[in-house]
Design a protein around this ligand. Structure first.
Ligand code: ACO
Length: 325
C-alpha cells in the first residue's frame, strides 16, 4: 500500500463585480466584444472590489472547501497557496489565511508559478502528504490579477480576471496503480530561458514597484499548445493510461483556442472539458480550482472519475496533474 492524497473537498469564490467585454470597451479600452470572444472565448470576468484583497478571496474559497469536506481550520496541517498577486511582498498570503482560519499549528506557504501555480501547489502538497509530513493540506489558488494589469494595454488587460479556488487533500491509502483514489501523478517543468515572454515589469528588487503584466501573446500561444500537449502525454504514459480513460479535462483557463487544441489532440469531446474561461477570463492560479469546484458542485465530476489538469504560466512554468476523484 502507498500513501495517496485524496481530494475530499473543494470550494471557490468570485468577487461580485462582473465586467463584460462591452464594459471594457465602454471604459475606453480600444477593443470589442467580437474581437475578444473570437480570439479568446472570454465574455466577462470578475474584478475584486476596492479593498478586497487576494487573502479575502483565498479565505472565502478555503472556507467553502473546508465546509464541503466537513472540516475546520484546526484539522489542517498545512496550507499551500498559489498566487502571483500576494497582499504584500511578505509575509506570505498563506499565513494570513492560516490565522483567519484559526489554525495555530502546522505551517503555511505561498507558491509562485503564475498560471501554473495551482498544479505546482498541488504537487508540493501531494509531496508533503506522501512523505508523511502532513495528513491534511489545504491547497489554494487565489489572484487579484486586475491589480497588475495595465488598463491601457488592450493586448493583456482584456484577458485576466480575479477569483479563488481551493481543495482539501487528505492522506489515504492505495495500491499504487491508476485505479487508486487521489492524486495519481504530477509532472512539473520550467524553462527560464523564456522569462521575458510573459512577465511583470516591476518588483521589489528590480524597481521597488509592483509593475504591470507584459506578454508576447503569439509566442506564449505557440509554447502553450506544444508544452501542454507533451506534459499531458507524460501524465498518461506515467500511469499507463490512454486518453480515452479521461473522464474530465480541467485545464487552466487562459484561452478557449488553446483548450480546444489540447482537447483535439486527446480526441476528447467538448462535453468532457470543463470550461469557465467565458465567464471568468484567465484567473491565473485560481482557474483550475475554480473550474473543479464548479464541476464537482454541479454534479459533473463524480467519485471514481479520472480528472486531468494542466496549466502553463510565466517563467515559463508548466505542468499536469492526474487525479481519481
Ligand atoms: N482588441 C482588439 N484588437 C486587439 C486587441 C484587443 N483587445 N489586442 C490586440 N489587438 C489587435 C492587435 O493590435 C493586432 O492588430 P494589428 O494586426 O493591426 O497589429 C491584431 O489585434 C492581432 O493581434 P495578435 O496579437 O496577432 O492577435 P492573436 O490572434 O495572436 O491573439 C492573444 C492575441 C489572444 C493574446 C493570443 O495571442 C493568445 O491568446 N495568446 C496566449 C496568451 C495566453 O494565453 N496567455 C496566458 C497564458 S500564460 C498565463 O496564463 C499567465
Amino acid at each position: 500500500m502507498i500513501r495517496r492524497s485524496r481530494i475530499v473537498g473543494c470550494g471557490s469564490y468570485l468577487p461580485a463585480n462582473v465586467v463584460t467585454n462591452q464594459d471594457l470597451a465602454d471604459r475606453g479600452v480600444e477593443t470589442s466584444d467580437e474581437w475578444i470572444v473570437q480570439r479568446t472565448g472570454i465574455r466577462s470576468r470578475h474584478v475584486a472590489a476596492e479593498g478586497e484583497l487576494t487573502s479575502d478571496l483565498a479565505l472565502a474559497a478555503a472556507r467553502a472547501a473546508l465546509d464541503h469536506a466537513g472540516l475546520d481550520g484546526a484539522a489542517i496541517d498545512c496550507i499551500v497557496l498559489a498566487t502571483t498577486t500576494p497582499d504584500n511582498t511578505f509575509p506570505s498570503t498563506a499565513t494570513k489565511v492560516q490565522a483567519a482560519l484559526g489554525m495555530t499549528r502546522g505551517f503555511a506557504m505561498d507558491v509562485q508559478a503564475v498560471c501554473a501555480g495551482f498544479v505546482y501547489a498541488l504537487s508540493v502538497a501531494d509531496s508533503f502528504i506522501k512523505s508523511g509530513q502532513a495528513n491534511r493540506v489545504l491547497v489554494i489558488g487565489a489572484e487579484t490579477f486586475s491589480r497588475i494589469l495595465d488598463w491601457k494595454d488592450r493586448t493583456t488587460c482584456v484577458l485576466f480576471g480575479d477569483g479563488a479556488g481551493a481543495v482539501v487533500l487528505e492522506a489515504g491509502e492505495g495500491k499504487g496503480d491508476a485505479a487508486d483514489r487521489g492524486v495519481l501523478s504530477t509532472h512539473l517543468h520550467s524553462d527560464g530561458r523564456f522569462y521575458d515572454l510573459l512577465y511583470v515589469d516591476g518588483g521589489p528588487s528590480a524597481t521597488q514597484t509592483t509593475g504591470h503584466v507584459r506578454m508576447h501573446g503569439q509566442e506564449i500561444f505557440r509554447h502553450a499548445v506544444s508544452k501542454l500537449s507533451s506534459v499531458v502525454e507524460e501524465a498518461l504514459v506515467a500511469n499507463g493510461l490512454e486518453p480515452s480513460a479521461i473522464d474530465w479535462l480541467v485545464p487552466h483557463q487562459a484561452n478557449q483556442r488553446i483548450i480546444d487544441g489540447i482537447a483535439r489532440k486527446l480526441k476528447l469531446p467538448t462535453e468532457k472539458v470543463v470550461l469557465t474561461v467565458d465567464r471568468h477570463g484567465n484567473t491565473s492560479a485560481a482557474s483550475i480550482p475554480l473550474a473543479l469546484a464548479e464541476a464537482v458542485h454541479d454534479g459533473r465530476i463524480k467519485r471514481g472519475d479520472l480528472v486531468l489538469m494542466e496549466a502553463i504560466g510565466g517563467g515559463l512554468t508548466w505542468g499536469s496533474a492526474l487525479a481519481r476523484w
